[in-house]
Design a protein around this ligand. Sequence first.
Ligand SMILES: C[S@@+](CC[C@H](N)C(=O)[O-])C[C@H]1O[C@@H](n2cnc3c(N)ncnc32)[C@H](O)[C@@H]1O
Length: 395
Amino acid sequence: MSPAPPDPRFGGLPPPSDAECAHSARVVAHLVHAIADEEGWISFADYMNAALYAPGLGYYAAGAHKFGAAGDFVTAPELTPLFGRTLAVQLAQVLAQVPDGEILEIGPGSGRLAADVVAGLAERNALPARYLLLEVSPDLRQRQRELLSAQAGVLLSHFRWIDALPERWSGAVIANEVLDAVPTRLVVRRGGQWFERGVSLDASAHLAFADRPLASGMLGNMAQTRFPEGGDYVSELNPTAEALVTSIGERCERGLMLLIDYGFPAAEYYHPQRDCGTLMAHYRHRALADPFWCPGLIDMTAHVDFTAMARAGVAGGMSVAGFATQAHFLVNCGVLDVLARCGDPQAAAYLRAANAVQKLTSPAEMGELFKVLALRRGIDADLVGFREGDRSHRL
Ligand SMILES: C[S@@+](CC[C@H](N)C(=O)[O-])C[C@H]1O[C@@H](n2cnc3c(N)ncnc32)[C@H](O)[C@@H]1O
């Protein structure tokens, strides 16, 4: 039988099921109400927040599969357990300096990374007293519980879910691909005038971008100091992500915050040639430029400005302990030794693991675009993950 022709309504993308279309229609109705409630215009951050996190509706807060081959994107821990086991090398070094230290993972997704990190720490006799998980999505919380109940065995009692950042923490905070999912504002400079790009309804009552003059204040100051000189320009600014990093820093008694994501230092992020920003949507492993295509079924992200995150951590009382590409960080932490322990190099399982390590470290895949930023307070700065290739000076 020949394959069915692509459905033109979905622009060549794999067509969603009728149930998925109905779900997206409910998300759109929710957004239309939200826009009407705000007199016809909401910021892009409000749009992204609702489309990703509205309870029972948003992409992360309803049933979408999301991670892995059957989902929309693959993150490092979904690719291979070696990612978490290698991260455990850095975490073990920190926990050795912080008696009674805990790990706090922000945005644990499916729970895969938590399972692998704890297994890696157990192998090194470096288990923390507790592994805390902070997740905004009830749907993902449930999935994390199911995965960890099935896989963590006797270590299950180490995991505890929390609803908000703890007042104080010691040990390590980890966030893999979380900051890119924090709702972002959009700012436009056009013809020398400044605008905030938000979301409105067009003449056909469809969701559409709408620009309105940028009020003076925090966002305007951020744009004017960060955007490069020159002509028309669009980019993202993420005060919410910065506030999250500052807040984690302020609550740190002693320990390390590890932020892993795709992104650049400010000079590359706000490069004159990157004049359309980095906003992107994902659906079934395709990158889409249109964030209004089937809201509720698509992920939305923006790259991370690591200079802003480093400054946000410093504003919270931490200092920069390292900034490296994911490739450097993983190799420094001994990912190749972890791979070498995967058994017979001729066996299929070893070859799969080697392929995954190649993907995590290759400059053409995740090795260069993904970075690791480390912020510390009260611990030794000679961190194993940053011994070679530290690029803190570029922040
Ligand atoms: C792209 S997923 C990454 C999941 C996982 N860390 C991984 O690497 O597979 C983003 C995750 O961050 C969560 N998230 C986003 N903003 C958050 C916040 N402010 N606090 C806690 N979790 C958040 C999402 O619900 C989701 O679990």
